[in-house]
Design a protein around this ligand. Structure first.
Ligand code: GLU
Length: 290
């Protein structure tokens, strides 16, 4: 009797589940078309042979940009206003202006160093504008725009720390870094004896440094600069020990999108808008080589 009742119940819930799935499938075809431009056909979540991000953006009427929410100066979400601000965010707005003629036609989606490439590849975002270094390894998975910012890896410590640079790191040092970043790979190479603790994002890593869970936090000098502004009890030490040229990442094979972004960068440099943005966020004019 009991089993029969349960069986009846499970049949009913199966029916509900089926109905739910059907409703969900229906919703999948609304205006939130995938970021890959499979020109109107549904279900093209995977990057297809003829990727046309520009067409997808025009059809949708907005650019979906993958940006950081945890990185002061580049992409930081203000927990009170909910606004996301930074150099990378202004780049995303400039791209919306370039493609759609309106800088407000942009949807920002949070990415971390670990999630950004998969989110681009599965079509959830059109572009990564998120402090991402152009590397040969990453070029196997994505295409990059021209360099739009030159950073270099450095170290952040509490003021008064005995650590003065990369040579101070040894088997007794715990280094804090973020998963999926070049900083992790680089530090393991440059200071192979040091212990490395990896976090999901920069907010978590910085909180850990403040809580004395490590001796030093390592990432790009540009990101560490934002942390120093956030809390002046911390300072950057030593010279940069890597080159981290930032590029915007685009789905592999989408040359039209790469060309459009590069054209935008050139136009921004020619008009002086690039220098203005650089000064707005970094407080200095860009080095002349950029
Ligand atoms: N630029 C470095 C990278 O792409 C570190 C910053 C980050 O994690 O985004 O990995």
């Amino acid at each position: 009797m009991k089993t029969k009742k349960r069986f009846k119940g499970s049949k009913l819930s199966l029916l509900f589940m089926l109905m739910f799935v059907i409703v969900l499938a229906g919703c999948g075809n609304d205006e939130a078309s995938p970021a890959t431009g499979s020109s109107g056909t549904s279900g093209g979540q995977e990057a297809s042979e003829n990727i046309d991000t520009i067409a997808a953006i025009k059809e949708r009427g907005k650019v979906i940009a993958g940006v950081k929410y945890d990185t002061r100066l580049f992409g930081l979400k203000d927990p009170i206003s909910g606004n996301v601000e930074g150099f990378d965010i202004d780049m995303a707005k400039a791209l919306a202006k370039k493609i759609l003629g309106d800088e407000t036609k942009v949807e920002l989606k949070e990415v971390t160093s670990k999630t950004r490439t998969p989110l681009l590849q599965n079509g959830e975002i059109d572009i990564i504008i998120a402090t991402m270094t152009i590397t040969e390894d990453r070029k196997k998975e994505v295409d990059f725009s021209d360099v739009y910012f030159n950073a270099g890896q450095s170290l952040l410590v509490a003021k008064g720390s005995p650590i003065t640079g990369i040579d101070s790191l040894n088997a007794d040092t715990t280094v804090l870094a973020v998963k999926g970043s070049t900083s992790v790979t680089n530090i393991k190479e440059k200071a192979p004896d040091a212990k490395v603790l990896e976090f999901e994002n920069y907010q978590e890593a910085f909180t850990a440094l403040k809580a004395n869970k490590g001796d030093v936090l390592t990432t790009d000098n540009s990101i560490l600069l934002g942390m120093m502004q956030d809390d002046p009890n911390f300072e950057m030490v030593g010279d940069i020990f890597t080159d981290e040229p930032y590029g915007m990442a685009i789905r592999k094979g989408d040359q039209q999108m790469v060309d459009t972004v590069n054209e935008m960068l050139q136009e921004m440099k020619d008009s002086g808008e690039y220098d203005e943005l650089y000064e707005k966020w970094l407080g200095t004019s860009p080095p002349s080589a950029e």
